[in-house]
Ligand binder design. Structure first.
Ligand code: GLN
Length: 283
């Protein structure tokens, strides 16, 4: 089978699941990821014959896409803040909303020459590593409960030469911490079980539930623990940056107000939802 025939086969396999532009985009990304071929090869060498191994790899990918597996898990790669990150099902695929959180941190901290920063729940490491690239003088710590996630995050930090101190631990039970912090950043799990029915199979069937879901009776548990932790370990005038669930905006505001020592700033994501918070500690 040649290239154009395999692309047509790919289209016909996936036509009931995705539209043609999406299928063609997947095909291009896959031939680039698997064989390092530029997308222009389709126009330049449409009759290029594929080996059996190449064909098998593409057909296997088609099967996985048909079962709603995210493209990023098939290629093992995702883009975030103009950097490429290794991903696998141990970690969430980095989201565009989270890029906005990182951009907000970047914009507001440009004048900060030195800082010690902690990221809680780093997953693929996309937040910590991007910040490491933006702020090479910062001392950055990142933690996660999942050792498989930490492994991916370490690979990503190495890939981008970011010096991150990774800690493999359960933040919810963490008691000792020896580094006074200027900034804490987190995109913790924040989806309540009732929201499951609105979620797509590519997320529900493939992404790690531990990184997404919180108990229905305690949806803000990570934020509460971070705020308690910050009472002790975040310096005065230190700042917290959160990605939040817009559905819990009111609850988040009341939780933060109960601590009585924060200025609260909020920011909408590209979809117009209040998705981010910046808190500045006053005392
Ligand atoms: N924004 C992600 C989603 O909608 C969830 C990330 C999270 O739970 N922190 O899938």
């Amino acid at each position: 089978m040649n290239l154009i025939e395999s692309r047509d086969y790919f289209r016909s396999t996936l036509k009931n699941t995705y539209d043609t532009p999406a299928i063609d985009y997947y095909f291009k990304v896959l031939i680039q990821a698997f064989f390092k071929w530029e997308a222009t090869i389709i126009g330049l060498q449409p009759r290029k014959i594929l080996t059996k191994t190449e064909l098998d790899q593409l057909m296997d990918a088609a099967k996985r896409l048909l079962a709603s597996e995210p493209l990023q898990y098939i290629t093992g790669s995702a883009h975030f803040c103009n950097l490429e990150f290794k991903v696998n099902p141990a970690v969430l695929i980095p989201r565009p909303e989270t890029e906005e959180l990182v951009e907000w941190i970047r914009e507001t901290q440009l004048q900060t020459s030195k800082m010690t920063l902690l990221e809680v729940g780093t997953g693929s490491g996309c937040i910590a590593v991007s910040l490491g690239v933006y702020f090479p003088n910062a001392e950055i710590h990142a933690l996660d409960i999942d050792t498989a996630a930490i492994e991916i995050a370490v690979t990503n930090a190495d890939r981008h030469s970011a010096a991150i101190n990774f800690h493999s631990c359960d933040f919810l039970t963490l008691s000792d911490w020896e580094f006074p912090l200027d900034r804490i950043v987190s995109n913790p799990p924040y989806i309540s079980p009732e929201e499951k029915q609105e979620m797509q199979p590519n997320v529900m069937d493939y992404e790690p539930h531990r990184a997404l879901f919180v108990p229905a009776d305690n949806p803000l548990l990570f934020y509460r623990k971070i705020l308690d932790f910050a009472q002790q370990h975040l310096k005065t005038e230190g700042e917290l940056f959160f990605e939040i669930n817009p559905k819990f905006l009111e609850a988040m505001r009341s939780l933060i107000l109960s601590y009585k020592n924060y200025h609260i700033y909020e920011r909408n994501d590209i979809f117009g939802k209040t998705r981010m918070m910046r808190l500045i500690k006053t005392v």
